[in-house]
Design a binder for this molecule. Structure first.
Ligand code: PGA
Length: 250
């Protein structure tokens, strides 16, 4: 069975004081034993939050460079992150793909650099609105996975984390229905079974992201192929985020 995970992507939000307050609230709230709780704050805050050693709160970065250390102004190398004990990051969030032009090829390089350093990651995929309207969402997401992630060996793919985030549902208030989410998650699981095997496919956590909130998390998490969520807006409020963390079927 895949690990249940709820991760909060804070994006470029919160001042240091606000981040501290949010973390304090998260610290006081209990997390179900079988759920992993992760947050991705601004890189500036990752280290100080990590140093608080809050039980069941893993912390990672929203982005890192595909390059090794060197002349890349403004970038962060995995070796630098690991030198301060940060060992987890997002790869390929749609805002980086769409706004900053990250390509499948570049993301494959990030995956490879992460593998080389045993750096853990959540790999994000998802189709934009025009692709869904054209009925091409399955081809599109499959291509993203094939071009950036499916070159991993079976051993490397085991227990990885994939986040399916339809771009049209991110920050728009427009959630994919539970049926739409389950349909894509099921397809991702079947591609993993075809490419690898059933054991590997069932060990991969597939998270849903895109306007996931306390009011719809329970329905989404009750789908058999949805192993949790990657939460944007609703992760900025401790009560909402923790309500989502507690939304798995009992
Ligand atoms: P949202 O963002 O929950 O605000 O839609 C999700 C994400 O971008 O990861």
């Amino acid at each position: 069975m895949a690990q249940k995970i709820v991760a909060g992507n804070w994006k470029m939000n919160l001042t240091a004081v606000e981040a501290k307050e949010l973390v304090k609230e998260l610290e006081s709230m209990e997390v179900p034993k079988d759920v992993d709780r992760i947050i991705f704050p601004s890189t500036l805050y990752v280290k100080p939050i990590q140093e608080l050693n809050i039980p069941k709160l893993r912390v990672g970065v929203q982005n890192f460079s595909e390059n090794e250390m060197g002349a890349f102004t403004g970038e962060l190398a995995i070796e630098q992150l690991q030198s301060v004990k940060i060992n987890l990051g997002l790869i390929g969030h749609s805002e980086r793909r769409m706004i900053l032009g990250e390509t499948n090829e570049q993301l494959k390089n990030k995956v490879n650099t992460a593998l080389k350093h045993s750096f853990k990651f959540i790999f994000c995929c998802g189709e934009p609105l025009d692709v869904r309207e054209a009925g091409k969402e399955f081809d599109y997401v499959k291509q993203q996975l094939e071009e950036s992630l499916f070159h991993l060996s079976s051993a490397q793919m085991r227990q990885r984390i994939i986040a399916y985030e339809p771009v049209w549902a991110i920050g728009t208030g427009k959630t994919a229905t539970a049926e739409q989410a389950e349909e894509m998650h099921k397809a991702i699981r079947s591609w993993l079974t075809e490419k690898y095997n059933k054991v590997v496919a069932e060990s991969v956590s597939i998270l849903y992201g895109g306007s996931c909130k306390p009011s719809n998390a329970e329905e989404l998490f009750s789908c058999s192929n949805v192993d949790g969520g990657l939460i944007g807006g609703a992760s900025l409020k401790a009560d909402d985020f923790m309500a989502i963390v507690n939304s798995f079927p009992k």
